[in-house]
Structure formats: C-alpha cells, structure tokens
Ligand binder design. Sequence first.
Ligand SMILES: [Zn+2]
Length: 236
Amino acid sequence: MARNIISFHALFKQGFTYSFDKLYGSIYVFKNGVFIFKSLPCDGVYETVTFVDNLGNSVLHIDSSIGVEKACLWHCRLRHISKKRIAQLQKDGVLESFDLKSDDVCEACLLGKMTKSPFKGSFERGEGLLDIIHTDVCGPVRSTTRDATRFYVTFTDDYSRYGYIYLIKHKSDTFEKFKEFKNEVENQLGRKIKMLRSDRGGEYLSIEFLDYLKECGIVSQLTPPRTPQLNGVAER
Ligand SMILES: [Zn+2]
C-alpha cells in the first residue's frame, strides 16, 4: 500500500467492485471476483484493515473466508484451468466443493484467447513476365560478408516467381541495383517492367527513385502500412 488515502472511485475505475455489510457498514473490495481487502467505518471515514508482516511492511488483510467467489479464485490460483478440470478436482476430493457458476467470465482468459483473423486481402496477379515485380530489402543481418555487406535486395517476378538477389552495403543502394536489374531483365526478355510492388520502405520512396519509375512508365505500388502480408511474395 503506497498511500494512506484511497479513492474508492479510482479503484472502481481500475475494475474493483464492492459489497457493503448491512450490519456494520463495512466495505468489502473485490477484483475479478476475488476478495482483496475490507474497510471498516471509523469516525466518518473508512479504515482499511491491514497487518504488519515479518519485515515490518503494512499488508492488506486478505480473508479468504469472506464472500470470495471461490470458483474464480481457484481458477486463477490453478493457472486459469477450465471449469471441467475444477469439477474433476472437486470430484477427486482435491478441492473443496463450491458452486461453479457458468456465467462468470475471466477477463484474462478472454484476452489470452484472442486471435488475429486470417488475412484474405490480396492484389491482382501478373499476366506475363515482368508485369509485376515484388521487391524488398532485408538487413542489416548479423553476419557480414567479406566485403562488409549486411543488406540485400530482392526482385521477384510475379508471373514466373523467378527471383534476383543483390548484396548491398546500404539501403540507399537499392535504387542503383534496381536500375541494374531492370536493364538486364528488360533487355534479355524483350519486355518491360510494368509495376513495382514494395512496402513503404524509405529506400523506395526517395524522389529520385519515384521520378525514375515515372520516367520509365512503371507504376509504384506500395502496400498499406503494417500489412507485410500484402507484400507476401517478397517477404517470403
Ligand atoms: Zn482465467
């Protein structure tokens, strides 16, 4: 306990709940159904019951006999096991018997079971060689080559999935390597690159790179932020 005055409203906003003792006016404080501490009325304010432990620290009085939702308590104590397992432990006589309510929901379990739905979006496919080129830069990798290269850039043809890989020293070398790649494949295949698909890496967004693509009539297609799935061919 770091403060000597607690705001019950502040606790409420943190997810604590209360129950009032009708006879003495005490307040029992719970979180996620687990009893945390109780407060007793005293001279117009509520006094929280604490004890001093062996080290002299003031600790909250945790009284598990008062109003505990035992199902929730044991669910948490036993690393969030299922109700079925708790019922089995009760049946085996390992746990005392208590009510297993079916409607209480464990927030931590819900959060833990959340998943991201599968990714369905995709772009159109190329209909011929060089229609679409996928590209990505990778690095810096941990091991450097003998000439101190730590990055590489890939260019993958969407139609044939044929890939080129170039070692580069800096991400900014991507532009030069693209020109080299473009000259080679266009000359060898007698076709032109129509579209370059990349993520929003800075190396593809320089003015000179974008101007060059425009000059060559190549469409620069950038995948939306934080969707590496859409750049799947290059990423794989
Ligand atoms: Zn749980």
